[in-house]
Design a binder for this molecule. Structure first.
Ligand SMILES: CC(C)(COP(=O)(O)OP(=O)(O)OC[C@H]1O[C@@H](n2cnc3c(N)ncnc32)[C@H](O)[C@@H]1OP(=O)(O)O)[C@@H](O)C(=O)NCCC(=O)NCCSC(=O)CCC(=O)c1ccccc1C(=O)O
Length: 275
């Protein structure tokens, strides 16, 4: 892929090519742990990818390997800058802003594919769970550490995880804080495919290209439909937003707007009441 850098950030890399955005954690020396700045940069890149009409799929990954040869997707919140009420950045304010990123990935109307090489641990694990699809390298390691380090994710990180791997397995993952290899992850339905680490990006690009051949509106409606059942009112809002979008695009919907602007009564009688 001939990636073009969109913008130079400190904690992430952000590139685009041919309908695909590639966003990566870039703190390999701490296994791509994230601090508030990392998440602000991620949020900016994801927002740009969402707004760009040319982009249909986002790949989320981690730069690596580190100097010691090890890979990481992300090891979660940076414990070295964790204060008494959250992760503390240069402004001294404690935050859990990864929750905003989770919501953006979940609700943006484009598929996000996690490409996991090495560790996907803690809040890093939760982020791959939230992505639409996950492709793992054969060296990938998955797990939650919350109850070991004084943290937990009672939102998507537990309930959505349980809807993927089942209640028993999700409780095992959180209560025992074990690590699972790529083969085990594939067996429990946590990842879509496992490939050799040197083929990870090519595989992700191939999956993205296959999606790009499909109908954008069909894919966005499917994403919100898959989300709707466990996202409550927010899920219904997303799904209904797509119905409104399609209605706006119809002649019937436009008749209402045109009649208002032309100061006349709308003529909806010409549209059928379909069975
Ligand atoms: C990932 C490991 C298993 C890798 O082990 P190993 O290969 O042996 O490497 P190390 O020598 O341990 O690490 C190398 C180097 O990196 C530093 N480092 C690694 N991870 C972190 C980290 N998370 N924070 C800070 N620094 C890290 C490590 O200290 C080493 O540097 P030195 O200079 O040599 O010290 C292993 O590293 C490991 O277990 N890491 C910790 C994993 C972890 O516990 N992560 C935090 C989980 S909690 C969390 O992520 C909360 C997230 C959150 O914000 C949240 C809040 C509210 C609701 C939901 C969430 C959410 O979950 O998203």
């Amino acid at each position: 892929m001939n990636w073009n850098t969109v913008k130079n950030f400190e904690d992430i890399t952000y590139k685009k090519s041919d309908g695909i955005a590639r966003i990566a954690f870039n703190r390999p020396e701490v296994r791509n742990a994230f601090r508030p700045k990392t998440i602000f940069e991620m949020y900016e890149a994801f927002t740009d990818a969402r707004e760009d009409n040319e982009i249909g799929v986002v790949l989320l990954t981690g730069e690596g390997p580190a100097a010691d040869g090890k890979y990481a997707f992300s090891s979660g919140g940076d414990q070295k800058i964790r204060g008494d009420a959250g992760y503390v950045g240069d402004d001294g304010i404690p935050r859990l802003n990864v929750l905003d990123l989770q919501k953006l990935i979940r609700s943006m109307p484009k598929p996000v594919i996690a490409l996991v090489a090495g560790y996907a641990i803690g809040g890093g694990h939760v982020l791959h769970v939230i992505c639409d699809l996950t492709i793992a390298a054969d060296n990938a390691v998955f797990g939650q550490t919350g109850p070991k380090v004084g943290s937990f994710d009672g939102g998507f990180g537990s309930s959505y995880l349980a809807s993927i791997v089942g209640q028993k397995k999700a409780r095992e993952i959180w209560y025992l804080c074990r690590q699972y290899n790529a083969e085990e992850a594939e067996k429990m339905g946590l990842v879509n495919k496992v490939v050799p680490v040197d083929q990870l990006e090519a595989e992700g690009v191939q999956w993205a290209k296959e999606i790009l051949e499909k109908s954008p509106i069909a894919i966005r409606c499917l994403k919100s439909a898959f989300n709707a059942d466990i996202d409550g009112q927010a899920g219904i809002q997303e799904l209904a937003g797509n119905a409104t979008l399609l209605y706006y695009m119809s002649e019937e919907g436009q008749e209402g707007k045109n009649a208002y602007n032309e100061k006349r009564k709308p003529d909806f009688r010409k549209y059928p009441w379909l069975p």
